[in-house]
Design a protein around this ligand. Structure first.
Ligand SMILES: Nc1nc2c(c(=O)[nH]1)N[C@H]1C(S)=C(S)[C@@H](COP(=O)(O)OP(=O)(O)OC[C@H]3O[C@@H](n4cnc5c(=O)[nH]c(N)nc54)[C@H](O)[C@@H]3O)O[C@H]1N2
Ligand SMILES: Nc1nc2c(c(=O)[nH]1)N[C@H]1C(S)=C(S)[C@@H](COP(=O)(O)OP(=O)(O)OC[C@H]3O[C@@H](n4cnc5c(=O)[nH]c(N)nc54)[C@H](O)[C@@H]3O)O[C@H]1N2
Ligand SMILES: [Mo]
Length: 639
């Protein structure tokens, strides 16, 4: 359901089933239409007064804010400002930390700038070959597939997904071994003589250091670690020499080594001379509706609007001037660390359902129970809202104006089409209501266009500069950031002349394979990986309320190789327990002959004891603080 082109086209490779049923939620009987205080319907004033009084009884850094990558740019910006100006807390982060943070960190260190795709999507149509590492767009981004129609596909995925079915070459590594595979491919590319030496010397730095590591990863060694044959590695690098793209998704990013994994893929792309040229490149496929814009304007712990760093004195001064304040808090903690921090007393959640979607979810639930105040803004009673002291009913996409930024860095206008039901207010009105009770109401406009005008000024001069964008221009123009002035045409292609580092060069980063934080052993011999199915969206808070989608995929299941199932005494359709060091999930067995025998797959869309995140390991990547959603050690038992 991500915004691809800002338009939807039904049919094959068009809108997915979630898209054409999304309207059902607008007038769903489960839609929240009144604030709730400890489950009791109350007026907006009573709920706002209650929350403001509880917040005032806390120290600023005892209050945390948790945002979401589905929020519009206006809301994400207002939320970051609300935390720092109204609450004066440093403790804000968001679910994008669970999503693309490893790719963002790797993009920043390689290129000096992170934008999902530094080129327009339509460029992919001219490609000879596209490598997808850990991405399953046939289920997660159906409209995107039509951009891949002309290209040969290399898919790197431990499962034979519907995307892998379309591939010319499917490499099926063990979960958590991407880095070894990417090193094997780099080694092979050098040995086979397909690297671009001229490009490496004129446009990059650090190749020798990266090669020193890759030199030890001859293809047969990579084969032993990953299970991908040396012959397939050779075939892959020959396919990639030419007009090719390397694209990463969550499969390679959501690891405790996620940033290094992505760096290894970028190193391969750089060695082949792909980034920063027309007709080839590297990109990360973003996730949520506003996965890109949501990571640019300040709901991240270490960030200020315009993709500025919160510990940069010049950036701080610029933002203090725009906000009319003379103090700002510093960086806070990352999403998972924030959710389980025992010094937090109050938590405000906007646009996320961490009870289902956070790693080691049982620990998050325990922490939420211990809070003095949990506030959730949502339009349905999510599992997280069901735990909240106060729930605020807010508007949905069709009921509000705003902007979103798609994976290619293009800003797209969202237009209000419907009036919200009585009793419902927008997130911006909610923030204003709280801010005014905290004495700074005048700093929080409620009209999206006013917020956007302020965002333009705040982002001016930053990496993601929106200062030249107006709602009016968006009526008729396609604008990719940076857009530094109103007569600037926008920047569809980055890096063509130079990369963003001061020397203009892209950097190879020397990275080595570490493997999963929790390797399999006798007690937990299988590796569980998690991800998505076509019919459900994220924590399922929205899609589990739609009859048609529930009929298609009604309950939690686990994909298992038939031999692995048989060894556990299980057959298709039977109920299994999947057990890790952190918990147990109950799931129906689906025997899938194309699965690796050493791995199982679980979707993460289901609640209760069907939550994949009861199992997952919250080992964090040291750079991005991304949890290891994509691999943990488990065993399978009869339920
Ligand atoms: N239907 C649907 N569409 C969605 C969403 C949804 O919930 N449902 N969510 C949206 C969001 S927020 C996001 S972030 C995107 C995510 O989109 P994707 O990244 O495509 O989704 P995932 O299913 O999380 O992971 C992709 C693949 O990674 C594979 N994988 C698992 N472990 C590994 C590994 O170690 N290495 C490699 N290379 N691959 C591995 C999985 O088998 C899976 O097929 O989808 C967006 N679109
Ligand atoms: N095991 C495992 N866990 C994962 C992942 C995985 O691959 N495996 N993927 C991770 C990823 S990539 C992501 S993005 C997260 C997503 O997981 P979550 O962060 O839980 O995302 P959603 O389920 O979309 O929850 C969004 C909630 O906010 C509400 N909402 C939507 N729009 C708005 C809005 O504009 N305002 C407000 N106030 N509320 C709104 C929705 O109704 C819903 O209840 O899950 C992560 N968790
Ligand atoms: Mo995501």
């Amino acid at each position: 359901m991500s915004v691809i082109d800002g338009q939807v086209t039904p049919g094959p490779g068009g809108l997915c089933q979630k898209g054409w049923t999304a309207g059902e939620l607008l007038r769903h009987p489960g839609r929240l239409t009144t604030p709730l205080l400890h489950g009791r319907p109350v007026s907006w004033d009573e709920a706002l007064d209650f929350v403001a009084a509880r917040i005032t009884s806390c120290e600023p850094d005892e209050v945390a804010v948790f945002g979401g990558g589905g929020l519009t740019n206006e809301k994400a910006y207002a939320l970051g400002k609300f935390a720092r100006v109204a609450l004066k807390t440093s403790q804000i982060d968001y679910n994008g930390r669970f999503c693309m943070s490893s790719a963002a960190a790797a993009g920043n260190r390689a290129f000096g700038l992170d934008r999902g795709l530094p080129f327009p999507l339509t460029d992919l149509r001219g490609a000879d070959t596209v490598l997808l590492a850990g991405s399953n767009p046939a289920e997660t981004m159906p409209p995107f597939l039509r951009h891949l129609e002309g290209a040969r596909l290399i898919v790197i995925d431990p499962r034979r997904t519907p995307t892998a079915e379309r591939a010319t070459l499917h490499l099926q590594p063990a979960p958590g071994t991407d880095l070894a595979l990417a090193l094997g491919l780099l080694h092979t590319a050098v040995i086979e003589g397909v690297i671009d030496k001229e490009y490496i010397s004129s446009r990059t730095s650090g190749f020798d250091d990266a090669w020193r590591v890759a030199a030890g990863w001859w293809p047969e060694r990579a084969e032993r670690v990953t299970g991908v044959s040396a012959a397939d590695q050779r075939a892959a690098v020959h396919m990639l020499a030419g007009r090719s793209y390397v694209l990463t998704g969550r499969g390679t990013e959501q690891h405790a080594s996620g940033t290094d994994n992505v760096s290894a893929w970028i190193n391969l792309a750089l060695a082949l001379g792909l980034p920063g040229r027309t007709g080839s490149g590297y990109g990360c496929l973003t996730g949520q509706g506003n996965g890109q814009g949501g990571r640019e304007h300040g709901q991240k712990a270490d960030q200020l609007p315009g993709y500025r760093k919160i510990d940069d004195p010049v950036a701080r001064q610029h933002i203090m001037d725009v906000w009319g304040v003379d103090w700002l808090p510093g960086p806070g903690r990352s999403a998972y660390e924030l959710l389980v921090a025992d010094d937090i007393r109050a938590m405000l959640v906007f646009g996320s359902n961490p009870v289902v979607s956070a790693p080691r979810a049982s620990g998050v639930v325990d922490r939420f129970k211990a809070l003095d105040l949990l506030v959730v803004a949502d339009f349905v009673m999510s599992e997280t809202a069901a735990m909240a002291d106060v729930v605020f009913p807010v508007t949905q996409w069709a009921e509000e104006d705003g902007t979103m930024t798609n994976l290619e860095g293009r800003i797209i206008r969202r237009r209000k089409a419907l009036d919200p039901p009585a009793g419902v207010r927008s997130d911006l009105e909610l923030l204003q209501g709280l801010a005014s009770r905290l004495g700074v109401g005048e700093k929080f406009p409620v009209a999206p266009v006013e917020v956007f005008e302020e965002l333009r000024r705040a982002s001016a001069g930053g990496l993601s500069d929106y200062s030249g964008i107006t709602y009016e221009r968006l009526e008729s123009e396609q604008l990719h950031w940076p857009v530094p002035s109103v007569d600037h045409p926008g920047t569809p292609r980055l890096f063509l002349d130079r990369f963003t580092h001061p020397d203009g060069l892209a950097r190879f980063i020397p990275v080595d394979h570490r493997g999963p934080a929790e390797p399999p052993d006798e007690e937990f011999p299988l590796q569980a990986t998690t991800g998505r199915v076509l019919q459900h969206y994220q924590s399922g808070a929205q899609t589990r309320r739609i009859g048609e989608l529930m009929k298609a995929v009604p309950e939690m299941y686990v994909e298992v190789h038939p031999d692995t199932a048989a060894r556990a005494g299980l057959a298709s359709g039977e109920s299994a327990h999947v057990v890790s060091r952190r918990g147990t999930v109950t799931a129906v067995v689906r025997c899938v002959p194309s699965m690796r025998a050493d791995a199982v797959f679980l979707p993460f869309h289901f609640p209760g004891d069907g939550r994949a995140n009861l199992l997952t390991n919250p080992a964090l990547d040291p750079t991005s603080r991304m949890p290891e959603f994509k691999v943990c050690a488990v065993r399978l038992e009869r339920a």
